[in-house]
Design a binder for this molecule. Structure first.
Ligand code: GRF
Length: 193
């Protein structure tokens, strides 16, 4: 069964691109029903348009968050999306929204959670001097970067690594891990439904 995804992205969209590539290669049995961004200049939007995927741009700043979340919920309901995928979505979602879509929102984070939550995780890892970092796909709950872990990949920190060089190697793993985790999670979701 093909899982339907609503993808939220604020920027570059390389994880979104990796999801589309995995679908194209037949490794992820999914269809993206929409790409929703809070940033009108997000490169992710161009990738969606090029792939013929409907897009929506709407502010998610504090005062606009209820309207943003309502728009996402409506899109999910209208399209029948099974999962909301946060692919570099840089805003926190409200507890109400998360509860309404409980167990159906996935995020990718560039650290081995529960270490280094929040912004600039590779900076935090380099500053802490850890020898291994990586990335985590998890279910989104009301607490930031704290929901149940679905999958992780480890990335060794090399001598002389900067936050940028570490982030670049973590990103390679993200592109592999996220589509694979979506595939695994969606099988459980759809079969269990
Ligand atoms: C990734 O590092 C992801 O883990 C984090 O935000 C970044 C988004 O990158 N949540 P991209 O927009 O997918 O290229």
């Amino acid at each position: 069964m093909t899982v339907k995804l609503t993808v939220l992205a604020s920027g570059r969209g390389s994880n979104f691109g990796a999801i589309l590539d995995a679908i194209e290669r037949g490794e992820l049995d999914a269809r993206v029903t929409a790409l929703i961004s809070d940033q009108s200049a997000a490169p992710a939007l161009e990738r969606a348009r090029a792939a013929g995927i409907p897009t929506l741009v709407q502010s998610c700043r504090k005062a606009d968050k209820p309207a943003f979340e309502q728009a996402v919920t409506e899109q999910v309901q209208q399209s029948g999306s099974d999962l909301i995928i946060l692919a570099g979505f840089m805003r926190l979602l409200s507890a109400d929204f998360v509860e309404r879509h409980a167990g159906r929102i996935l995020n990718i984070h560039p650290s081995l959670l529960p270490s280094f939550k929040g912004l600039d995780a590779p900076v935090q890892a380099v500053e802490a001097g850890v020898k291994i970092s990586g990335c985590t796909v998890h279910v989104v709950t009301a607490d930031m970067d704290a929901g149940p872990i679905i999958a992780q990949a480890a990335v060794p920190v090399q001598e002389g690594d900067t936050a940028d060089t570490l982030a670049a190697r973590i990103l390679v793993e993200e592109h592999r891990l996220f589509p694979a985790a979506i595939q695994t999670y969606s099988r459980q979701l759809l079969v269990g439904a």
